[in-house]
Design a protein around this ligand. Structure first.
Ligand code: SF4
Length: 438
């Protein structure tokens, strides 16, 4: 790839959930692919150095990928060069989406095959080859596999579930804009994600091709924000905004930044976990123009914290973007202290602050993912005091019906004895704190 090339993304036009073809011209990322060492090592993926990052990658000695990804590439994409594999547009074009593809790559369980055969109006299936390489071929209960491969449990409807449990549609003054809190809004950039999570709170919206990044719709959203001076904070989410081309993202962020009362911009994205190739130096240069800009990332399991993801988060952090992680508590995926501790420790090492632990929203067909609230409290109790304070997320329930996030934590107040408050620490020891009742 040279600096003068124009790259035309050739997204499949047969899908109802694909973004329109996007043309990207102008300066491109120049990659130097260092060939595998000739010392007998069986490394498949070459080491990547970018011209934007001289010297850094060459001096840091850490793996560039995982054995699982190397083995997957060898099995299913043996002819694909590093240059293509590391190109985010190639990853999007080659997403795994059909029963036939999945039959080749996985030994499907009967309920997975049934769900894939009868998809109907459910959330589409889409998995980047990179993320697919982390999915177990044989084990339907593997945590990452559970999050992206549908099962027939998605068709079950439990009491209290709803397609729009947070009541977002009732707080939408213009299409794709949610105004639920006085000082902040959620702007859906589009409804496309590179990989679809089976527990997605917005599964009624994402992947259906109805919310697009059209100028007309977004201008309506900008106009609403312009005439609403109480809005000081805009969260751009989706769908995943980081799957947009740089020029489109640049246009959205520059329009928001030009509104005087908008102080703070946020982006919500799972891209570093499912499509880390997208976090290019060019993207980081675009993003850093719009500070203060924060990014909320979405991680569910320590297996997502690969060398590729580490590089992506490092680039974002080096661009001065504070990174926080939002994790959904999911049965059979991350609902134990040890898994959660591994995840939050790995996040800290990637300079990502564990921010929220969400109780899974009661979306339609989610009962197989939802744990009890006591399980979430047990996990927080197993973390608080037992590890670095920065690593402990705030456990919240997003109240059904639009009540907002309500924090929950174990009760550390044991009682009162006259003017002393009795409190317990993480080891269960009780302490007195002078707290006169006035
Ligand atoms: S990345 Fe976010 S918006 Fe997209 S499917 Fe996953 S949870 Fe939903």
């Amino acid at each position: 790839m040279t600096t003068t090339e124009c790259v035309e993304a050739t997204f499949s036009s047969s899908s109802d959930e694909e973004p329109p073809p996007q043309r990207r011209c102008g300066p491109q990322l120049l990659l130097l692919i260092t060939p595998p060492r000739s010392n007998g090592s069986k490394r498949l993926a070459g080491r990547i150095t970018t011209l934007d990052d001289p010297g850094r990658s060459g001096t840091v000695r850490r793996p560039t990928t995982t054995p699982a990804t190397r083995a997957f590439r060898k099995a299913f994409f043996p002819q694909v060069a590093d240059r293509e594999w590391n190109d985010w547009r190639w990853q999007i074009r080659h997403r795994v989406r059909t029963l036939e593809q999945l039959e080749q790559m996985l030994v499907l369980a009967p309920d997975e095959r049934e769900a894939l055969a009868e998809r109907g109006q459910m959330l589409p299936v889409g998995i980047t080859p990179y993320y697919m390489s982390l999915v177990s071929r044989h084990d339907p209960q593997q945590p990452l596999r559970r999050t992206v491969i549908p099962t027939s449990a998605e068709f079950d409807r439990a009491p209290g579930e709803a397609d729009d449990p947070l009541g977002e549609d009732g707080h939408s003054p213009v299409p794709g804009l949610v105004h639920r809190y006085p000082d902040r809004v959620l702007l859906l950039a589009h409804d496309f994600c590179s990989t679809y999570c089976r527990y997605c709170t917005r599964s009624r919206v994402v992947g259906h091709g109805e919310i697009v990044s059209s100028e007309q719709r977004l201008q309506m959203a900008f106009d609403y924000i312009r005439r609403t001076p109480t809005v000081r904070d805009v969260l751009v989410s989706g769908g995943d905004p980081l799957t947009l081309a740089e020029d489109r993202l640049d246009w959205i962020l520059s329009n928001l930044r030009a509104i005087p009362h908008v102080e703070f911009l946020r982006i919500g994205s799972k891209v570093p976990a499912v499509l880390p190739q997208r976090i290019t130096p060019q993207l980081c240069r675009t993003l850093r123009k719009y500070h203060p800009l924060w990014i909320s990332l979405h991680f569910t399991h320590p297996d997502e914290c690969t060398p590729e993801t580490h590089t992506a988060c490092t680039r974002l952090a080096d661009a001065g973007i504070p990174l926080g992680s939002q994790t959904v508590l999911l049965k059979g995926v991350n609902d134990n202290v040890e898994t959660m501790k591994q995840l939050i420790h790995k996040l800290l090492m990637m300079r990502v602050r564990p921010y929220y632990l969400y109780q899974c929203d009661p979306i339609s067909g989610s009962s197989h993912f939802r744990t009890s609230v006591s399980k979430g409290l047990e996990i927080i109790e197993g973390l608080r005091g037992h590890t670095t304070g920065y690593a402990v997320p705030t456990y919240v329930i997003d109240a059904p019906g639009g009540g907002g996030k309500i924090p929950l934590q174990p009760n550390y107040v044991v009682g009162r004895d006259a003017d002393d408050l009795l409190i317990r620490n993480y080891e269960g020891h009780t302490y007195r704190y002078p707290d006169p009742v006035t």
